[in-house]
Design a protein around this ligand. Structure first.
Ligand SMILES: [Zn+2]
Length: 162
């Protein structure tokens, strides 16, 4: 029986909670299971580490410190930029926008100065995941070639641009 290991394709249902508040920050409940190629940096490191060796039908719950999740919060990633840089989109606190160097969140707008945060929203957070393994299979050649899984819940091979 296949188990979760490098180069396997795993499908899982998961719920992620913040242990301090109990808030659910992400869950696959009501959606297709999450399908990923193991060992190709598709997932945060600890998520895969904790699932190694798991079989179809197995459930695991684990806690990830920031180092094995989205990393520590970096104070320098909070920056002040002129409002004029936003062009036609009026920045408002709470917005998530895309830039050349990745997504960022608008923290505050004061006059012409916009404070933005390039940290991932979950950076610096300890996360608890409860995971159920729905399926495990061997990866196909095109999946290993592309470095990601194909099929339901992901991209179909014939639609894939990589
Ligand atoms: Zn592909």
């Amino acid at each position: 029986m296949a188990v979760i290991e490098k180069d396997a394709v795993a499908s899982v249902h998961y719920t992620g909670t913040l242990p301090e508040s109990g808030e659910v920050f992400d869950s696959s409940e009501g959606r297709d299971p999450l399908t990923f190629l193991v060992g190709h940096k598709q997932m945060i490191p600890g998520f895969e580490e904790e699932l190694m060796g798991a079989k179809k039908g197995e459930r695991r719950t684990f806690t990830l410190e920031p180092e094995r999740a989205y990393g520590p919060r970096i104070p320098e990633a909070v920056q002040q930029i002129p409002r004029a840089m936003f062009g036609d989109i009026p920045p408002e606190p709470g917005m998530t926008l895309m830039s050349d160097v990745g997504p960022f969140n608008v923290v505050s707008v004061e006059g012409d100065i916009v404070t933005v945060d390039f940290n991932h929203k979950l950076a610096g957070q300890t996360l608890v995941f409860s995971v159920e393994v729905v399926d495990v299979r061997e990866a196909k050649v095109d999946e290993l070639d592309h470095g990601h899984a194909h099929g339901p819940g992901t991209t179909n091979a014939d639609e894939c641009e990589n």
